[in-house]
Design a protein around this ligand. Structure first.
Ligand SMILES: NC(=O)C1=CN([C@@H]2O[C@H](COP(=O)(O)OP(=O)(O)OC[C@H]3O[C@@H](n4cnc5c(N)ncnc54)[C@H](O)[C@@H]3O)[C@@H](O)[C@H]2O)C=CC1
Ligand SMILES: CC(=O)C(=O)O
Ligand SMILES: [Mg+2]
Length: 528
């Protein structure tokens, strides 16, 4: 910590990226040298270190990974390993693996295709699994599926570590993922696999293909959706309205990719539960834009995944197919503007100023894209242009904004890190063979109810990252109980389904907390 502190002192005035990378190097070296100590300092300083081992710095690390690479971490399965993956999995030295985070590097944060350099993301996510959910670091596995890259710059970079070929497509691609999944679950049938940062077409396709066969989820689609839903419910409370008023909120979602569509799907399920209406009739309050503007039924070649959310022109009077973001905001005066576009700065001054006319007493602005450069707007700009009355959340951390006269604009971090550790841990301890919508919904509802009315009044939608272990214990317990309620829990270790079933809510939280690994040095000589 002294070394870390003196680095901060000695690098004053240097560009942020240089300083953050230097910090990452210090932590990475410690990770390689002494795992126990690494996780202890991570847990004790999670609020300060999360921005280094996770977003935003992890994005910069991935962009430079081939140059930063010193020692291998995780496992790489390349297209050339076809037919060998079972042997490779059985060669992994750990007896038991509980949690795997898997990527193919095709959409790393908002940074696009980074090929095998994307391995930084599974490593960072699993660091959060250890820090937040107490997974034993000996039992987690970061995985890169190297199916090539379409990033020309990387293909030409002499330091690039991955296969120098265009990405596999179609059946060839799927056969690699199939082989990997079958190999993993034949050795570790009780493992949980998180799909992370796959480009949209494969994110949806693999989720559909595996979710009823294997214990897996897609964090960008499902984890993000739960965090966003919890934040959206918080904004209703922030307006002093009952939760049932959620059905009346006008919500503009910018970005029709895996994350944006995941959020819409989950939010619509929530509205239809609240209103008792079926999903077909509750879509009116949601508006979706992609790079070509407002998506309506007039859209040619509409993506099938976005089609259910396309607007009928008669329902958006005064707007046209492909209307720009500023046109949409001016016309609709939405309660919430939520960005998952990956495009930095698209909530520009004009758009933010238009939010001043919002129909909400407390308009909400969610700039959820990562890393910081890709955020739809900065926190300072949001409070400056949209007004001091807003609630604000971003995917990567920003400092709270000084509004003068002792007033502070609170910055929330709307990031799936609030949920994925609990989804993974709750699922593992439940022993469920797959992850259902009900389990994910329980996770989102748990997070939404974690925050008090008093905190909401201060503009807080999510609890502090420093209490991430407590949050994860609650979320994990909620997921576990949902699995029990659905009759899916088969138990874990010595704790069988009957015991799980008999646990009260408090006992379940206690059980989840007790199951968390904590970094202490294990004695080399045991007491006699
Ligand atoms: N805060 C969080 O927890 C999470 C944040 N994200 C972030 O969300 C972003 C998007 O992720 P995915 O949905 O997986 O990507 P994606 O590539 O599947 O989708 C991006 C979408 O944005 C749209 N888009 C591009 N330019 C646009 C523009 N100028 N105006 C409006 N829409 C535009 C595209 O048409 C596409 O629909 C990334 O930056 C990622 O880091 C993703 C998951 C979780
Ligand atoms: C946070 C995250 O999963 C993403 O930006 O992709
Ligand atoms: Mg992601």
């Amino acid at each position: 910590m002294e070394s870390y502190g003196s680095l901060e002192k000695n690098t004053q005035g240097q560009p942020d990226g240089v300083v953050s990378l230097a910090k990452w190097r210090i932590l990475n070296r410690l990770h390689d040298r002494n795992e126990t100590l690494y996780y202890r300092v991570l847990i004790d300083n999670i609020e300060d270190f999360a921005p280094i081992i996770y977003t935003p710095t992890v994005g910069l690390v991935c962009q430079n990974y081939s140059g930063l690479f010193r020692r291998p971490r995780g496992m790489y399965f390349s297209a050339k390993d076809k037919g060998e993956m079972m042997s490779m999995i059985y060669n992994w030295p750990a007896q038991q693996v509980d949690m795997i985070v898997l990527t193919d590097g095709s959409r790393i944060l908002g940074l696009g295709d980074l090929g095998v350099q994307g391995i930084g993301i599974p490593i960072g996510k699993l660091d959060m699994y250890v820090a937040a959910a107490g997974f034993n670091p000996q039992r987690v596995l970061p995985v890169m599926l190297d199916v090539g890259t379409n990033n020309q710059k990387l293909l030409e970079d002499r330091l690039y570590l991955g296969l120098r070929q265009p990405r596999l497509e179609g059946e060839e691609y799927l056969s690699i993922v199939d082989e990997f999944m079958e190999a993993v679950f034949s050795r570790w049938p009780k493992a949980v696999v998180q799909f992370e940062d796959f480009q949209m077409k494969w994110a949806f396709e693999t989720l559909q293909r595996y979710r009823k066969r294997f214990c897996m989820f897609n964090d960008d689609i499902q984890g993000t959706a739960g965090v966003a839903l919890a934040g959206l419910l918080g904004t209703v409370r922030a307006q002093g309205r009952p939760l049932s008023d959620f059905v009346n909120q006008k919500i503009v979602v910018v970005g029709a990719g895996s994350a944006g569509l995941g959020v819409l799907n989950m939010a619509i399920q929530a509205v239809s539960r609240m209103s008792g209406d079926n999903e077909g009739t509750v879509k009116n309050q949601f508006f979706l834009l992609d790079k070509d503007g407002l998506i309506t039924k007039e859209r040619r070649n509409i993506d099938p995944a976005a089609a259910p959310f396309a607007k009928d022109l008669k329902d958006v009077e005064g707007l046209r197919e492909g209307a720009s973001l500023v046109e949409v905001v001016k016309k609709l005066k939405p309660h919430v503007l939520l960005g998952l576009s990956g495009v930095g700065g698209i909530f520009n001054e004009e758009v933010l100023k238009a939010m001043r006319e919002s129909d909400s007493t407390k308009p909400a602005i969610f700039a959820m894209s990562n890393p910081t450069m890709n955020a739809e707007c900065t926190a300072a700009d949001a409070f400056k242009h949209a007004g001091e009355n807003i609630v604000f959340a971003s995917g990567s951390p920003f400092k709270n904004v000084d509004l003068g006269n002792g007033k502070v604009g609170h910055v929330n971090q709307a990031n799936n890190m609030y949920l994925f550790p609990g989804i993974g841990l709750g699922t593992l301890l439940s022993g469920a063979r797959f992850i259902t919508d009900e389990m994910l919904q329980a996770a989102a509802e748990c997070l939404a109810s974690y925050i008090t009315d008093e905190e909401i009044q201060k503009g807080k939608l999510y609890p502090s990252v420093s209490s991430i272990r407590c949050i994860t214990a609650e979320v994990g317990a909620a997921v576990l109980r949902a699995a029990v309620a659905e009759g899916l829990a088969e138990g874990h270790g010595d704790v069988g389904p009957r015991e799980l079933n008999n646990m009260s809510k408090e006992e379940t939280v206690e059980y989840v907390s007790r199951s968390m690994w904590f970094p202490v040095y294990s004695p080399l000589v045991h007491e006699k």
